[in-house]
Ligand binder design. Sequence first.
Ligand code: ZN
Length: 376
Amino acid sequence: MTIQASPSDQLIFAPVGIAHLTADNADLVRAAAAGRSRIRVTTAAQLNGVPHLGTVVTMLTVFAFTRHAADALGRPANIIFDALENAPAEQITIDGDTYTRNVGDLIDTGQLERAERTSGFERLLAWASDKSGIPYEYRPYAVYQSLRPVRECLHIIASRQDDFAPIVAPRDGIIRIRPRCPECRLMQKSAADLTITALSGAVRLGNRCPRHGRYAETVHIDGGGWYDANTPVRSIQKGYLLAAERDIYDACSVSVDGADWSGSWHANVLAPALAELGIPPREWPVSVFTPLITDHTGGKLSKTLYVARGTYADLPEAFLNLDILLARRSDQVLDAIWAEVTRWAAEPRRLHRGYAVGYISSLLGQELSAGQLRTA
Ligand SMILES: [Zn+2]
């Protein structure tokens, strides 16, 4: 009998700190889950196109980790997927100033097809949910930004701009909580004309449209209105929301995100902001980070760079386009990734590291050759 060799057998595990501290990844959640009736895992992605391989690997790892934590800690679990339709989709320069419209704006005007932006993610979520038995909720940004704890946090930041500006805008001190023109939805990228005023129970956002002049949006804590929060503000609001949700849902709140949000981001943005917000550490959400998928130089595998420069011309196009993967060998490819990420989900030494795209490629070797995915 021959035993099929797995690329995973060739891995070398250099010792890393957190892997010494934990014997199983569920150890990271154990204390925060004590006394709580469920585990609630949140993750997010910008709807800026079809998910590429790095996103697929991250999403499947989120489901695998949630399954593992639920089993290891004996609690039901669910996943909240924050679908960020506020990702920029169009950029216009007027009088030397840059303005944007987001994915949701262009879907509303019919310039983008909703299905084109969401179907890849929805298919992936449905597959992962079915495979893991973990239910999920798809939450658009329009819903997220109006949640009461998210608005409470917005109000705190607006009321204490001097405290938060060095954290969320260390370069220019401009906190980017931006309204959009009610007439044409243009949003000023620089936020040079932005005004943020905390009122009683609301935040008033003012800006100027190059076509329609000055406008203002009043965002009440109780709901109504819309604003765009840029990444650091949104990240801090999410930390505040997840802390609040421990009581709202009697849940252990966990955020599982790509490695971009670990290290310097966590240390310099999220952690100081949670401290400024006065949230006791025992109520902080548990933060878990999925492995970074890197190119041959050690940089993050980037679809944008691939398309713009042909940087990864040696890789099959399928690596960056889930539609091609799914159209030709979907279950086989996803099953191969699932088999790998379920090991990451349990073992600290496999979770707390990065993987080169060549390693992922070797995992998918049979599927890739069977599907004849390499393009001419
Ligand atoms: Zn306008």
